[in-house]
Design a protein around this ligand. Structure first.
Ligand SMILES: Cc1cc2nc3c(=O)[nH]c(=O)nc-3n(C[C@H](O)[C@H](O)[C@H](O)COP(=O)(O)O)c2cc1C
Length: 258
């Protein structure tokens, strides 16, 4: 049984919720999946103050006392995660962005490896495809295996024609997401991912020291010596590129006050 949790960032239970419900119903009709829809507006998600305590000292030093850890625990307990938002002014909704900022330290110390992510954007007219790309990048940066998200389009009230089109797009999305959930949890990383990992870990090693949580996290995970975040097979090209990126990153960075 796969567990999927959708995090929905809108104050109305309208088009974004509709698409998410259809996605999850589709999944459940195709395979052994249990799911939960979680409205971010039902949780306390406060605005990041930018102190960077989470980066430097650790997330437990965050001055905000909200539901961040409850939401992270929901993701940790899931095999699949969906981030869904309306298109607001060509971007995610403010509640979704506030939530993403609360995950800021996870972009430094990704942790959701072995889990599958996808996104849904509901829009009135235009601009949602770029938001899907943004959310899918966010999913990758958090450590997830990403299944390309979808953008649905409808005006208020949704017409039968729009509903039919959304149903068909989302049915395809359910199939792709279930396939993603069924693929190996720890895939061989792309060259891009290897390069990103090596550049990040080498600059952390050089720039930071053990007074920084980012540094101790990477050190304790063995990431300063590892080929990648998790054990994986790696061909000659990726190995060589990885070493080159380590060397370039080490030359381009130096110890910093933090
Ligand atoms: C503040 C605001 C900004 C919006 N900006 C856009 C936009 O830039 N592009 C667009 O296509 N739709 C835009 N819309 C329309 C919503 O994306 C659309 O109504 C969507 O279906 C709302 O999702 P919901 O029904 O889940 O609330 C905007 C709506 C609001 C309230």
């Amino acid at each position: 049984m796969k567990r999927v949790t959708a995090f929905v960032g809108t104050a109305r239970k309208q088009h974004t919720h509709y698409a998410v419900r259809r996605l999850l119903e589709g999944l459940q009709s195709l395979g052994p999946v249990e799911s939960e829809i979680l409205a971010l507006t039902d949780y306390r998600v406060e605005t990041c103050r930018g102190c960077k305590n989470c980066f430097r000292k650790g997330e437990e030093f965050c001055p905000l006392k909200d539901d961040r850890d409850v939401l992270i625990e929901k993701m940790t307990a899931s095999d699949g995660v969906v981030f869904a938002t309306p298109n607001y002014s060509y971007q995610v909704s403010s509640i979704m962005k506030t939530f993403l900022d609360r995950l800021g330290f996870v972009f430094h110390r990704p942790r959701f490896f072995g889990k599958t992510f996808t996104s849904i954007v509901a829009q009135g007219i235009y601009g949602g495809s770029k938001i899907v790309k943004y959310l899918d990048f966010v999913g990758m940066a958090l450590g997830f295996n990403v299944v390309k998200g979808t953008c649905t389009t409808a005006l208020d009230p949704m017409s039968e024609k729009e509903r039919g089109k959304i149903d068909s797009i989302v049915a395809g999305h359910s199939r792709r997401f279930l396939a993603g959930l069924s693929r190996p949890q720890y895939p061989v990383p792309t060259l891009f991912k290897v390069v990103a990992f090596r550049a990040a870990r080498t600059s952390m090693r050089v720039m930071l020291d053990e007074t920084s949580r980012d540094f101790t996290y990477y050190r304790d995970k063995g990431w300063f010596e590892a080929d990648y975040y998790y054990p994986t097979r790696m061909g000659v090209l990726k190995r060589a590129t990885g070493r080159l990126v380590d060397a370039i990153a080490a030359r381009m960075t130096s110890k910093r006050e933090h």
